[in-house]
Design a protein around this ligand. Structure first.
Ligand code: ATP
Ligand code: MG
Length: 253
């Protein structure tokens, strides 16, 4: 059987403004699996997300990253998106002047997945209803004046409409109220299938109760220092990072 499309990260090093943040990240996320990435503030989680998406500010200084057999590193962010990579931002930015509906239509077009107008509007309506996003948001400038939780829901609307093959979700659960968290998790669950992989960056195990990760990884000082199942996330929530990071520091290199 051919291998499922897989995000493969090997010994990845990356620097921002001359400062090395990623110091040898190893990770494999196959389509059809949900992997959670946890780690203390400043450990490099968002840096990894941006580096994988090809943000020009992040300079790869070593290692490799690939998806579905393609080397990602020489590709522009656009080319990576066309391969099926998607990033939901920790801090989504507003684009005043660009409505949600136009943004999504343009994004689909850029990915070569343009839909006939009628079908697009039907898809949009149905995904908005599922995510409990009011129809009025279609005509609003994307993320402009949205509350924190509304922005996060908008990211998942993009995920649902664009249907990537590998989605990196950076703290999609932060700042959501308890009902919104369930709605967003259900939205993510609806797109999960054989053909999509999810790398979910989170600080909390609650969203993982809904998404049932296949693996949980802990990033520390720019390296994956521990991996396990869902119990690892529960353990972090009850004990904090110290016991895990202490054990990792004591382990032979
Ligand atoms: N432009 C920059 N200039 C200098 N340092 C930076 C820059 N961008 C990121 N860093 C540093 O890189 C480190 C990793 O940041 P990153 O945002 O990846 O952490 P994180 O794991 O996502 O943290 P959080 O859980 O708080 O979101 C931090 O120490 C941060 O200050
Ligand atoms: Mg972050």
């Amino acid at each position: 059987m051919p291998e499922r499309p897989t995000l493969v990260v090997e010994g990845l090093h990356a620097a921002v403004e001359g400062k090395e943040i990623l110091r040898g990240v190893d990770l494999r996320v196959p389509a059809g699996e949900v992997h959670a990435l946890m780690g203390p503030n400043g450990s490099g989680k968002s840096t990894l997300a941006y580096t994988l998406m090809g943000h020009p500010k992040y300079e790869v200084t070593g290692g490799r990253a690939g998806f579905d057999g393609h080397d990602l590193l020489p590709l522009s962010a656009d080319e990576r998106a066309r391969l099926g990579l998607f990033l939901s931002f920790q801090y989504p930015t507003a684009i005043p002047g660009v409505t949600t509906v136009n943004f999504l239509r343009a994004a689909l077009k850029a990915l070569g997945k343009e839909l006939p107008a009628r079908q697009f509007l039907q898809t949009l309506s149905s995904e908005m209803a599922t995510l409990k996003i009011d129809e009025g948001f279609r005509a609003r400038y994307i993320n402009d004046g949205f509350s924190g939780g509304e922005k996060k829901r908008m990211e998942i609307l993009q995920l649902a409409v664009l249907r990537p093959r590998m989605a990196i979700l950076d703290e999609t659960d932060s700042g959501l109220d308890i009902d919104a968290l369930r709605t967003v998790a259900e939205g993510v669950n609806r797109v999960i299938g054989e053909d999509i992989g999810i790398l979910l960056i989170t600080h909390y195990s609650r969203i993982l109760e809904y998404l049932r990760p296949d693996a949980v990884h802990v990033l520390h000082h720019g390296r994956v220092v521990a991996s396990g199942g869902h119990e690892l996330a529960r353990r972090i929530e009850s004990e904090g990072y110290d016991p895990i990071l202490g054990a990792a520091a004591g382990a032979p290199a």
